[in-house]
Ligand binder design. Structure first.
Ligand SMILES: Cc1cc2nc3c(=O)[nH]c(=O)nc-3n(C[C@H](O)[C@H](O)[C@H](O)COP(=O)(O)O)c2cc1C
Length: 318
């Protein structure tokens, strides 16, 4: 039997950028591919949404191995956006998700501003895509490899390019990097450029050195740090953005392992959450975390999730 969320008296529904979800728990991009493997364990139509691995215009084999390293309370990955390219993705993964009836947010990436627009254009009028998450945490090959998400203008250029290539009512989520001095400046810039919501946060740039060889453990030398180690950084980012953009929908993520972790994000201002690294240990995590949040709220006699969203900001209302 595939696991589905338990029915309780708590209203767990949420709305994000005009989209309504019965569950606020989504997969995180890159941690559940297109949901096929997870569907052996959970009914993927019962979670809020499947956020697919970032897809680029052309097929990519990604970086050489080793591409993963364990770290205290986390992991480092340097996979390098391996994938089949957008045409194959639409033909296979997206078709499968459509047939399943899963609510699908497609994550896209590009090597330059124009490429983001081209990938987005391919998704125009494809049924079953309820939103696009724009992974701007990748290097701009036309600007010395500078990560789009680390510069407000480059980040905005990408969102403009995507916005121009999708229908006006397609919800766009910009996925932000925590590797910046002021994440609120990037958040404001992408919202001004047409993002309807924000996905907060992508991995932090890290490095692990092998103490036998004295060399970096990953072939790409640096990689993205994820898992519980980054949770306080992620919660801080959600909180800071919510403070300056009170109405922008936020999908929060970073090290969520259980219901209590998820509640931190909702209280900081997230309207929904994505679960990434935890899914590698527990493929039922998205449903389990939904149930744990509902249980915690029920124990506190709180009737709906919406009552705790932004709760950490209450001290400021005086
Ligand atoms: C193996 C792996 C692959 C990932 N691939 C992507 C990706 O393709 N696109 C993206 O936007 N984020 C990607 N991420 C980042 C996650 O979506 C998420 O933002 C981050 O890992 C923090 O959440 P977590 O601590 O729950 O994993 C990846 C993370 C991991 C661990």
């Amino acid at each position: 039997m595939k696991r589905v969320p338990q029915t309780t008296s708590v209203d767990m529904s949420t709305s994000v950028a005009k989209l309504n979800f019965l569950s606020p728990v989504f997969t995180a991009s890159g941690c559940a591919a297109a949901g096929k493997e997870l569907d052996q364990f959970i009914d993927i139509t019962s979670i809020g949404a499947v956020v697919t691995k970032s897809v680029m215009l052309n097929p990519r084999s990604g970086r050489a191995t080793p591409r993963m390293a364990e770290t205290p309370s986390g992991m480092l990955n340097g996979i390098g956006l391996q994938g089949p390219g957008i045409d194959d993705f639409i033909e296979n993964d997206l078709k499968w998700l459509q047939q399943k009836g899963a609510r699908t947010i497609v994550s896209i990436a590009g090597n330059n501003v124009e490429e983001f627009g081209k990938v987005a254009d391919k998704l125009r009028d494809i049924p079953g895509v309820i939103g696009i998450e724009v992974n701007i945490s990748c290097p701009n090959v036309e600007n010395r490899g500078q990560v789009f998400a680390c510069d407000p203008l480059s980040a905005a250029d990408v969102i403009h390019s995507v916005r121009r290539n999708v229908s006006a009512n397609m919800p766009l989520f910009a996925k932000l990097s925590p590797d910046v001095t002021d994440i609120t400046a990037i958040a404001k810039s992408v919202v001004k450029a047409g993002a309807d919501g924000l996905s907060v946060i992508n991995t932090l740039l890290g490095m692990v050195i092998d103490t036998d060889t004295f060399l970096p453990r990953l072939s790409g030398k640096t990689g993205g740090l994820s898992g519980p180690a980054i949770r306080p950084v992620a919660v801080r980012c959600v909180y800071q953005i919510r403070k300056v953009l009170p109405d922008i929908p936020i999908i929060g993520m970073g090290g969520i392992r259980n219901g209590k972790d998820a509640i931190e994000f909702f209280a900081a201002g997230a309207n929904a959450i994505s679960v990434g690294t935890t899914v590698f240990n527990d493929p039922e995590a998205c449903v389990r975390i939904h149930d744990e949040v509902a249980e915690i709220l029920q124990e506190k006699s709180i009737n709906s999730l919406s009552e705790i969203i932004n709760a950490a900001h209450r001290e400021d209302i005086s």
